[in-house]
Unconditional design. Structure first.
Ligand code: HSE
Length: 288
């Protein structure tokens, strides 16, 4: 049995802790065989291989009596880069428990469990459902809408350095005046309405006008401004910080993706530029 979970890009400008899209990078878990103790085979440094691995911790939270297994974990989702790597592991852990204990969890049950563990639904929701998901988590209640992301390309510049979500959340204000909160949420409303009606030009303007987190975080990612500038010159819809960063995401029409990638490559920044597309499926299993 194989479990596959897509990467995710959260926030998309003003959708802080609420909006995310599933993208075409993947975490794969192969369930190899039952054995005495848990063993997570992987090639990551500083990541546990026993029951303290986040994958197994999550699975045991869902179902403490699981039979230990040897599992193999491979992923092309870079760690601590704003592409939902830990959310993908949490979703995979829930699916692992679901499969091994035959729990028959619904997607909404998976979302509730994953959100409780992660604390906000913006990455875990698209990792479960695929596509674009708008969600909220208030008073321990999760609500979500899953919808098609309009046809577009995501050109991701992934810096060579990690940025911990805790550090990136640490620079955010703890309070907004009601005037600022109203302005910030009106921008978010327009961004979502524009995405839902397929108006990527209007969506792009609202995405770049975020007031909730990007103005405070951009100083943590020095590549952000040159890339946004380049996006403007090449007619991209928007450039935003993916999740808590440091990945910088350019949203553009498909016919512009190659030119944008080449222009970013020619800046010779310290990192990698990849073109991603929307994953429309979310977490899935394959029997092998
Ligand atoms: N919404 C989260 C943030 C995503 O921006 O901090 C990363 O967990």
């Amino acid at each position: 049995m194989r479990i596959i979970v897509p990467a995710t890009s959260a926030n998309i400008g003003p959708g802080f802790d609420s909006v995310g899209v599933a993208l075409s990078k993947y975490l794969t878990i192969d369930i190899v065989k039952p054995q005495e103790e848990w063993f997570v085979e992987h090639d990551l440094e500083f990541v546990p291989s026993d029951r303290y691995n986040l994958l197994i911790k999550t699975a045991l939270k869902v179902y403490p009596d699981l039979q230990p297994h040897h599992v193999r974990m491979t992923s092309d989702i870079p760690l601590a880069r704003g592409l939902g790597s830990s959310s993908s592991v949490i979703v995979a852990g829930i699916e692992l428990a679901n499969q091994l204990a035959n729990l028959e969890l619904t997607d909404d049950e998976k979302l509730r469990l994953a959100t409780e563990i992660e604390g906000h639904p913006d990455n875990v929701a698209p990792a479960i459902f695929g596509n674009l998901v708008i969600s909220s988590y208030v008073n321990k209640k999760v609500a979500k809408i899953v919808t098609d992301f309009p046809e577009a390309s995501f050109v991701a510049f992934i810096p060579n350095y990690p940025l911990r979500t805790s550090e990136s959340r640490g620079v955010l204000p703890t309070q907004f005046s009601s005037k600022k909160a109203v302005a910030a949420s009106s921008i978010a409303n327009v961004a979502i309405a524009a995405l839902l009606t397929g108006d990527l030009v209007e969506a792009g303007k609202a995405i770049e006008a975020d007031m909730f987190h990007e103005p405070f975080r951009q100083k943590l990612v020095q590549e952000f401004y040159p890339i946004r500038q380049l996006g403007h010159e090449l007619g991209a819809y928007a450039t935003y910080l993916s999740g808590a960063g440091p990945t910088v995401m350019i949203l553009a029409s498909k016919d512009k993706e190659q030119a944008i990638k080449e222009a970013i490559d020619s800046l010779s920044l310290d990192g990698e530029c990849v073109v991603l597309s929307v994953d429309r499926q979310g977490v899935r299993t394959e029997s092998r």
